[in-house]
Design a binder for this molecule. Structure first.
Ligand SMILES: Cc1cc2nc3c(=O)[nH]c(=O)nc-3n(C[C@H](O)[C@H](O)[C@H](O)COP(=O)(O)OP(=O)(O)OC[C@H]3O[C@@H](n4cnc5c(N)ncnc54)[C@H](O)[C@@H]3O)c2cc1C
Length: 491
């Protein structure tokens, strides 16, 4: 993923484009594509796709399909920065960090807790709320200086918190997910947020957002509810290990590293521990439970096989088919964004859950038009510009040739692009080692897991957070029950 369509850049672009996001219901298609592509679009919008003084025949209104050439994006000057402003920003960030370190340092950890939740992200915060509201003395230990920071980055800063069409079949291990989440999953999540005081709204494809369209609303209501329930939020501390063999009355020893807040190490005894440390977690891996190797998913694909340099930055509404050795594995329809390295967009992100180097992606850039109908239109018009983005038409050779190419654009997958910016990690704690009724490890009583720490992932659209919330509720409640002596409830 280039800087233009990185989550960070997307978030920035989202913040800049806030005023454009008002027409929720109306801009259905636009919204569907926003998560991953808005930043790139924004970049396109800032700089005209063609230089203003383009020679005749190469302007946007050109009757002929001019040969592809570098877009203005390639030659756009670096944005000017105000050094004084940047320095002020740096200082205030440093000050902010100091304040957070000081606040985290003031939290006095108890010697024991009923439930210790490792990780104060989406799943961990909900698990802690569920445990505390069930009567357990609950502590969240979070490595970051604040809980719930990642929530702020979700959905381009708007947080697509769930989906109205939740369906276990779209997840890895659907049978397990179905048993954990139950029939009322969708309503459980919506009710949880309603009870937390969050107003929500629905956009296209069942995506649910906070009414404020601000991810901070989601994070803040969770933190407020956790504090109301009596949860202790201990940020700036990393759980280094969980010792299951200490033989104390409280059962488990949670070893902490407090160097981020100027401390050294600490130990917290707990009756139950909820592992909610997200994807690719060293802590989860070190528990000695069955482990599935992790890999990033929901990211762009690196590909070859199309004139990607000429197509860079162009969007198409496409039907994408992923195949391995001629066998179709998955089909996705949605926004496709061409990049020099390959392809991006929500549909591509979803395919990245299955794609491997050597796979083929066949893109139909005109899914609403049959080949014959498209050819006829192009013939009548003397250009393919009437049936597709003129720049895409030019890059694909123009006229009938472009139409034929657009109906069946073949790309060879060479790998994932920018995997370090992937939205989700597949793999993690193997679900076979966990009771779907309680999310307790069958071989390690008192250890529970939820969210991305488990080998469960879903497509874009609010499905991953929906899993985080619901699995957090299940694990938190069960951890509290275990702490209260109500044990041995494996299903
Ligand atoms: C840019 C981006 C946008 C996204 N947008 C969406 C979206 O709109 N909708 C959607 O459904 N999903 C989205 N996702 C995916 C979603 O954010 C995750 O599925 C979800 O956050 C997983 O929740 P979690 O609590 O399991 O893990 P995390 O949110 O990763 O939380 C884990 C927490 O544990 C802490 N931690 C880790 N190790 C330790 C340790 N040893 N000790 C203490 N603390 C530790 C981490 O600091 C972190 O706070 C997005 C992801 C990204 C990256």
């Amino acid at each position: 993923m280039s800087r233009k369509d990185s989550p960070k850049a997307s978030k920035k672009a989202s913040e800049k484009g806030k005023t454009k996001d008002k027409h929720a219901g109306k801009g259905a298609k636009k919204d569907a594509n926003k998560d991953v592509t808005k930043a790139a679009r924004k970049s396109d919008a800032k700089v005209p796709a063609k230089p203003v003084h383009a020679p005749r025949g190469q302007r946007g209104d050109a009757p002929r399909e001019a040969p592809a050439r570098p877009t203005a994006i390639d030659v756009a000057p670096e944005p000017r920065r105000n050094p004084a402003k940047s320095a002020a920003k740096r200082v205030s960030r440093a000050q902010q960090r100091d304040l957070l370190v000081a606040a985290a340092g003031r939290i006095q950890l108890p010697a024991t807790a009923d439930v210790v939740v490792c990780g104060g992200g989406a799943a961990g915060l909900v698990a802690a709320i569920a445990a505390a509201e069930s009567g357990a003395r609950t502590v969240v230990v979070e490595r970051d200086l604040e809980c719930g920071r990642k929530i702020l980055a979700t959905g381009n800063g708007r947080c697509n918190l769930t989906n109205l069409w939740l369906n276990a079949d779209v997840y890895r291990h659907p049978a397990f997910v179905r048993r954990v989440c139950g029939e009322a999953w969708r309503d459980d999540v919506l009710r949880f947020f309603e009870e937390s005081g969050l107003a929500t709204c629905m956009e296209d494809e069942g995506r649910v957002y906070p009414l404020s369209r601000q991810a901070a609303s989601v994070r803040d209501v969770l933190l407020a509810r956790a504090l109301r329930a009596g949860v202790m939020l201990a940020a700036g501390r990393t759980v280094a290990a969980v010792d299951t063999a200490v033989g104390t009355a409280d059962g488990l020893a949670v070893h902490l590293d407090e160097t981020a807040i100027g401390g050294t190490t600490a130990m917290l005894a707990a009756r139950s521990v909820v592992v909610a440390t997200g994807g690719a977690s060293e802590l989860a891996k070190g528990l000695g439970l069955a482990w599935v190797p992790t890999r990033p998913v929901l990211c762009p694909l690196a590909c070859t096989g199309a004139p990607l340099a000429e197509l860079d930055g162009r969007h198409a509404h496409a039907r994408l088919s992923l195949a391995r050795n001629g066998q179709e594995l998955a089909v996705e329809t949605g926004d496709l964004l061409f990049r020099t390295y390959g392809i991006s967009g929500i549909a591509v992100f979803n395919l990245s859950r299955l794609a491997q180097p050597g796979d083929q992606v066949e893109a139909d850039l005109l899914p609403e038009l049959g080949l014959d109908a498209a050819l006829l239109l192009a013939r009548n018009a003397g250009t393919a510009a009437g049936v597709m983005d003129p720049q895409v038409a030019r890059a694909l050779g123009g006229g009938e040739r472009a139409v034929r190419a657009a109906k069946c654009l073949r790309l060879a997958v060479t790998g994932l692009a920018e995997p370090n910016r992937a939205q989700v990690t597949a793999g993690g704690l193997d679900v076979v080692g966990f009771s779907p009724a309680t999310l307790e490890a069958t071989l390690a009583p008192g250890i529970f897991a939820c969210g991305e720490a488990l080998d469960v992932d879903g497509p874009c659209g609010g499905f991953n957070l929906a899993w985080a919330w619901k699995s957090g509720m299940v694990a938190g409640r069960a951890a509290a029950a275990h702490a209260a002596g109500n044990i041995g409830r494996h299903a």
